[in-house]
Design a protein around this ligand. Structure first.
Ligand code: BG6
Ligand code: MG
Length: 214
């Protein structure tokens, strides 16, 4: 029986994943490091510093920690310029309608995101007061595929992990959910992976799969 749904944010609730890519691409171009959309897939669900390390694997140079901190900060400034332009229009109606229906069905709803920009994004799209719990990159030591962010969300909701369903667009996030003994529904980039329990063609399909889970 599912009592709570924990949503990843970037690429699930809204399309901020495209802004992550644009911002990293700008940095990678400046550093003359090859980086394309395929490389970007490896960064889904992964923390900012770990994402940078993955990008720098293709660099011929070795960078000091201070330099890496400065690169990550620079990427975040570019990324936040995109976030600051977001409005409630960037929350798809299908997502909002589905969230409302899930809540009306008595489910607890939470965010489980590796992002330290979670609160800014939720504010931009008008959802800062909507969720029953928010677990984000500012509260965790280990990012996905470690389950910490989802365990924290379930703990905040006071729901047993086995009664949680996670919605994810990252394979790392699907692995994280499974290692916390949660059910997981994959969407978008994660669709079709062999870790998830369910695969969503679109967000509102959540309403259908919930009926199939006992
Ligand atoms: C995740 C994204 O939600 O957040 C990753 O999928 C990103 O791509 C991570 O690196 C950290 O985000 P932020 O906003 O703290 O840099
Ligand atoms: Mg995501």
């Amino acid at each position: 029986m599912i009592e709570a749904i924990i949503f990843d944010l970037d690429g699930v609730i809204c399309s901020t994943d495209q802004y992550h890519y644009k911002a990293w691409k700008e940095l990678a171009d400046e550093l003359d490091i090859p980086f394309d959309e395929k490389d970007n897939e490896k960064l889904r669900g992964v923390s900012r510093m770990e994402s940078l390390d993955i990008i720098l694997e293709k660099s011929s140079k070795k960078y000091l920690n201070d330099e890496k901190q400065a690169f990550a900060e620079k990427k975040n400034i570019i990324y936040q310029q995109y976030l600051n332009q977001m409005t409630v229009e960037d929350l798809p109606k299908e997502v909002m309608d589905t969230l409302q229906k899930l809540r009306n069905n008595g489910l607890k709803l939470a965010i489980g995101s590796s992002s330290k920009n979670t609160l800014l994004i939720l504010k931009q799209i008008g959802l800062e007061n909507f969720f029953d719990a928010i677990s984000d990159g500012t509260m965790i030591t280990y990012s996905k595929p470690h389950p910490e962010v989802f365990m924290k969300a379930a703990d905040l909701l006071n729901v047993n992990y086995k009664h949680c369903l996670v919605v994810e667009d990252a394979v790392a996030g699907c692995i994280a959910a499974k290692s916390a003994s949660m059910k997981v529904a994959a969407i978008a980039s994660a669709y079709g992976n062999n870790v998830a329990d369910f695969h969503l063609n679109c967000f509102k399909d959540l309403l259908i799969i919930l009926n199939t889970i006992k």
